[in-house]
Design a protein around this ligand. Sequence first.
Ligand SMILES: [Zn+2]
Length: 334
Amino acid sequence: MLDSTSIDSLLKNNLPALGIDLGGTKIRAALVKDGRVVSQPRQIATPNGADNIIKGIVDLVQAFQKDGNEAQFGIAGVGIATAGIVDCNTGEILGSTGNLPGWSGTSLKKVIESQILLPVHVDNDANAAAYGEASARGLMHSNCVVAVTLGTGIGGGLVINGKMFRGAHWAGGEIGHLRLNLGNKRLCTCGLFDCWEAYGSGRGLAATGRDILSGLSAEQTPLAKDIEGLTTHAIVEAARNGDIVGKRILNMWHEHVAAGIASLAHILDPDLFVVTGGLADCVDFVLLQEMVVDRVLPRIGEKMTIHKSELEGLAGIIGAAQLVLDNLLDRIAV
Ligand SMILES: [Zn+2]
């Protein structure tokens, strides 16, 4: 365990922190200082099982510690962004997703701290991405920044007055499970019906595609050749090649994404929405902004903006590292 004097000296030397983004397929890590990545990232394939994942994380930390010993710099702490609901005080994974089986119940902070002797902060990956976006964009003094991660599912994070908003039970900002419909039309991965994620995620886009394509023939659109095997990539490609059905599916998906953002805008009236994740490249931001402005009160729509992340998939790493640094600073301020 580190005492406050040694933490103080780690920070006074303006040391970087290591950010680690634990995903379903890979674990990536890089050193971060002042909201920017300051080292080459390293990555490994995500191993199977909690014990192997922990070993992979420790190996990555030790590789950066070795670099630090050689170049004579230290690391102030380690921030880890992971899927699932996280108790950020204890660093325990309270609930996890299908991408990381057996991860729930892991006391990640305790286990990693005992092996690397550095302060560790563990957070939900979408929360870390939001914090990374706010840090990198210099928005920590804004009222409210909302990050929307559009991928296989929909994740979200809220930074309010420069602080991560976590809710009363560590599950605040689970925006993917806003309810969009009342008809019990689509089952979400969470077990509830008609969540935003069931429509606005990559999985949702493909489901919308299958709905629109049912009854259409291959003469009407090449997408009808393999309706069951329909991918988001095929839809986006078809739309870009001028296929009218592909365009219709993509337009409907924008409607779905806009509906969720409009609901959030009414609750939060944020300064900014930042869209991250694998599907951010498929968004027409001019169209999305128009759709959202059409669906919100004028006072909210007038100044609100929706931007694409410019951090090229590094938001989680930056946010996790910045969270451990800011937590250490808070600890000293007390
Ligand atoms: Zn859901």
